[in-house]
Design a protein around this ligand. Sequence first.
Ligand code: HEC
Ligand code: HEC
Ligand code: HEC
Ligand code: HEC
Ligand code: HEC
Length: 268
Amino acid sequence: MRLAALLSTVALTAWAAAAPAAPAVDYQRARYDPIHFKPQIDQATDAQCLACHAEVLVASVRPASPAGVRAAAAKAWYQQTSTYTGEQDTFHRRHMVTPMARQLMNLRCTTCHQGNDPRDETPLSSATSQHTGGFTLRKMVAPESTCLKCHGQMNYTVMGLPEPWPKSKAMFQDNCLLCHAAIRTNRHQVNYLNAAAIEEAAAKGGGDTCYGCHGGRAWYRTTYPYTRTPWEGMAPEVPDWAKGRANAPEARFRLTPTNHPTPAGAKP
Ligand code: HEC
Ligand code: HEC
Ligand code: HEC
Ligand code: HEC
Ligand code: HEC
């Protein structure tokens, strides 16, 4: 069954035009390919991962569930926002290839996947565990340092808003930039976001564009403790809630000459 799955994966490689040919290896060698683990995963390109995993970006939503509910007629709450477009799509495609994903984001396989050990998915419980620190129990990604950044609650109290955004937004013309044109202006300087495109989209789409990643699609009840990048006009005293915050993003996301966004055209 598993072997059949791998064979169909290899067959799909032909579909991924940009990807190099998958190395001809057996299932177990492929599964334990060192590219899955540190340190190799840190250097891996999307094309290398897609050589074996082309299926994760194939459109594969059923037109109807086995019980007959049509996908086109079944919209979840977060799919009814002004920024949601297009047909139902899969998780990986929503983050990597839909028009919105390409416009605002620049996520790579390794932005989320940092390596885990399929033999032992409990961190630090055996000699073969990955000592990455950021590895979450039985998860193939660390949600608290990836997903939470774009799917946490909006921390409206630190912003001095009287009520959560859906209730207070009318007071602020549904416009985050009323305040954020001058506050925390050095934002989104990371290799997995298109900072300029986000500001452009918000200038046209208003608060919903920003809220989409800062509360509007919250899968968590907690907030993410964002980097507090110094900005022009920032007061020297640090408010209590912000004590201990980083002032620059994690090293692996920083924009440096060697750690820049995937060049245009190199995307899957
Ligand atoms: C040589 C082929 C090959 C390459 C290259 C490869 N993988 Fe895999 N990967 C596999 C196989 C085979 C499995 C096992 C699949 C299964 O059990 O269904 C696997 C499993 C996985 C899993 C599931 C792990 C689990 O615990 O079940 C993830 C996530 C994954 N790979 C991500 C990646 C990423 C990200 C890259 C690039 C850094 C990558 N793979 C590169 C072949 C490969
Ligand atoms: C937005 C974060 C994110 C990105 C970007 C991402 N993945 Fe994943 N991936 C996930 C999550 C979350 C899961 C499910 C993990 C779990 O079940 O613990 C997953 C699951 C997988 C699996 C297991 C099989 C499956 O489909 O469930 C494979 C293989 C995989 N990803 C490969 C890739 C490859 C290759 C890329 C780059 C083309 C990629 N991922 C990009 C978050 C991501
Ligand atoms: C950099 C920001 C970012 C990160 C990190 C991120 N997401 Fe998302 N996510 C988005 C955006 C933007 C959308 C909406 C895309 C669209 O509508 O085309 C979305 C959509 C989704 C959806 C809805 C998919 C659908 O079919 O409607 C789910 C579920 C989801 N994300 C879960 C996750 C999980 C789990 C993680 C962590 C592994 C994660 N996201 C990481 C920005 C992000
Ligand atoms: C009334 C003014 C105001 C409005 C409107 C406003 N913000 Fe803020 N926001 C602030 C202030 C003040 C801070 C904290 C500044 C600091 O770091 O001292 C902040 C901080 C943030 C932070 C960082 C939070 C953290 O924990 O570090 C994010 C993200 C953010 N705002 C997003 C938004 C989004 C998205 C909107 C619109 C949906 C919005 N804000 C609307 C004033 C506002
Ligand atoms: C595609 C998802 C996405 C969109 C859209 C988005 N943000 Fe963000 N925002 C993020 C992520 C991810 C971070 C954390 C980046 C980091 O760690 O430096 C962030 C960080 C921030 C911060 C903290 C910056 C700092 O370093 O002090 C503020 C403030 C903020 N965003 C406001 C906004 C505003 C205002 C808008 C609309 C103009 C917006 N965001 C739109 C994903 C998004």
